[in-house]
Write a protein that binds this ligand. Structure first.
Ligand code: NAD
Length: 488
């Protein structure tokens, strides 16, 4: 078991209360880390440290700040093995998936360093003002970007290191300082990242880490008068709570929330290839991806063949020990999360969906202590079923049949969520009609969840506010100031 402290104001500290909590390995229930259980006074100290650090940090040159972020990226590379190990142990990421996520986290950090260097304002067309000779201009007007101040960065557990890096990079590259709250159940990963950053001898207080439950310290951060900006990734339900809680101090919000993402398979698609590819994407990270395709709309002419191929692929997925290189699906992240998914499976059965794959825990001694579930697929979904409307966030998805493009589009858009979507067809003109009409922040044709470091990410409707990361990373963490100077 590793014991961690919190990183506040450039110092390792216990919680003021002295209390701690444990994190566990979802594959076998073993304790992985002991971490401080922060309370309001710890949050106050972290916010005060970030506030104190802000003036000097925000006045540094862009070159200086970007070089700090580039050093963090290099440190992520140097310590990748420790991070991969903890992603496997504390999160249940597979040995195949974890290195990809750490490489992605590093790429995002690298991009933040360079994108911030070319994040520039604009000069406005000159306008005459009082005193200027007729037909001439005597003003210089421009738009400049400035940091917000202190940012609270609150992240979920599903890709722990990646989401922390995606926020910390552009946040500090643009001159903000921050208080980071990693997800409780993966707090060890958050504090490992703090440990890596602590070795870089950065100015005290620019990045602070506090650990504890969202319902207490997450709320303390969202109501804190010393916090100017919140970047939150998590469920829509908690996102709405943060929007309400932060309203009293009118904070700027970047919200990356839940999804219930449609994949639409037209009858001219390469059905077998689409079924296999979509199946592997669906169950990657045990389906605990915000971008996971979870509502499938399949044209009636190819529905049965698509389902057959998808289920055959799902049945071949190796569920097992995440540290085994051949494992495709490890455990669900926690007992509570598995309980939630099992409630959704029961609701789907009770409401009349047809279970065609999985639906239960795998059996055998390996699975006794971990929180495993088999890949689960339902057909015959109806739009009003719980499984069709709510985000499950696990290895459980469902299929609809459709007869016309209009009906597929209407059904796909019939959701409070609008994170992402995909369309599978060889007819690009037809595919583009879907692209234009789908209410989603990202839409792919003939692929799903293909993201690179440069991709800005963010949803429509209840899936979020603003785009995060990629080439828009620095923009999201800055506010615009209008300046106009008159020559006298
Ligand atoms: P969650 O909303 O339960 O928790 C996310 C974070 O918020 C955690 O750190 C948690 O401790 C904290 N929190 C909880 N209650 C809080 C409160 N009242 N005030 C402030 N903070 C609070 O989400 P989760 O279960 O950790 O993650 C799964 C969810 O995240 C899914 O809905 C998934 O779609 C979403 N997600 C979205 C994206 C995206 O980019 N849109 C990416 C990854 C995950």
């Amino acid at each position: 078991m590793e014991k961690f402290k919190m990183w506040i104001n450039g110092t390792w500290v216990e919680a003021d209360s002295g209390r701690t909590f444990l994190t566990h390995n979802p594959a076998n229930g073993e304790v992985i880390a002991e971490v401080p259980l922060a309370g309001k006074s710890d949050v106050d100290k972290a916010v005060a440290a970030a506030r104190k650090a802000f003036p000097a940090w925000s006045r540094k040159t862009q070159e200086e700040r970007s070089s700090v972020v580039a050093r963090i990226a290099a440190a992520l590379k140097d310590h990748k093995d420790e991070l991969i190990k903890l992603e496997i142990l504390e999160h249940g990421a597979t040995a195949r998936h974890a290195p990809i996520m750490i490489a992605f986290a590093t790429a995002n950090m690298e991009l933040a360093a360079s994108a911030a260097r070319v994040h520039m304002g604009k000069v406005l067309p000159a306008t005459p003002s009082k005193g200027a000779p007729a037909g001439t201009s005597n003003t210089l007007c421009y738009l400049k970007y400035e940091p917000f101040g202190v940012c609270a960065l609150i992240t979920p557990w599903n890709v722990p290191t990646l989401l922390l890096a995606t926020k910390i990079g552009p946040c500090i590259a643009t001159g903000n300082t921050c208080v980071v709250k990693p997800p409780s159940i993966n707090s060890g990963i958050g504090l490992k990242l703090a440990e890596i950053i602590s070795k870089l001898d950065l100015p005290s207080g620019i990045i602070n880490f506090v650990t504890g439950p969202g319902s207490s310290i997450g709320r303390d951060l969202s109501t804190h008068p010393g916090v100017d900006f919140i970047s939150f990734t998590g469920s829509s339900e908690v996102g709405k709570d943060i929007i309400a809680n932060s309203s009293q101090t009118v904070k700027t919000l970047m919200m990356e929330l839940g999804g219930k993402n449609p994949a639409i398979i037209l009858e001219d698609a390469d059905v077998d290839a689409a079924a296999e590819e979509l199946c592997m994407i669906t169950f990657e990270n045990v389906g605990q991806n915000c971008a996971q395709p979870s509502r499938f709309y399949v044209h009636e002419k190819v529905h049965n063949r698509f389902v057959e191929r998808f289920v055959a692929t799902a049945n071949k997925i190796k569920v097992g020990d995440p540290s085994d290189e051949s494992t495709v699906m490890g455990p669900v992240v926690s007992k509570e999360q598995r309980d939630t998914i099992e409630r959704y499976i029961k609701s789907a059965i009770d409401e009349g969906a047809k279970l065609v794959c999985g639906g239960k825990r795998p059996t055998g001694s390996l699975f006794d202590k971990g929180f495993y579930l088999a890949p689960t697929v339902f057909t015959d979904l109806k739009p009003n079923m719980t499984i069709a409307r709510e985000e499950v966030f696990g290895p459980c998805v469902g299929f609809f049949k459709f007869s016309s493009d209009e009906k597929a589009l209407e059904a796909a858009n019939d959701s409070v969520f609008g994170l992402c979507a995909s369309v599978w067809t060889k007819d690009y003109a037809r595919g583009l009609k879907f692209v234009n009409e789908l209410q989603a922040g990202s839409v792919w044709i003939n692929q799903h969840m293909n993201l690179v470091a440069e991709t800005p990410w963010g949803g429509f409707k209840e899936s979020g506010l603003m785009k995060e990361g990629g080439v828009l990373g620095p923009e999201g963490y800055t506010q615009m100031k209008y300046v106009c100077i008159k020559h006298v």
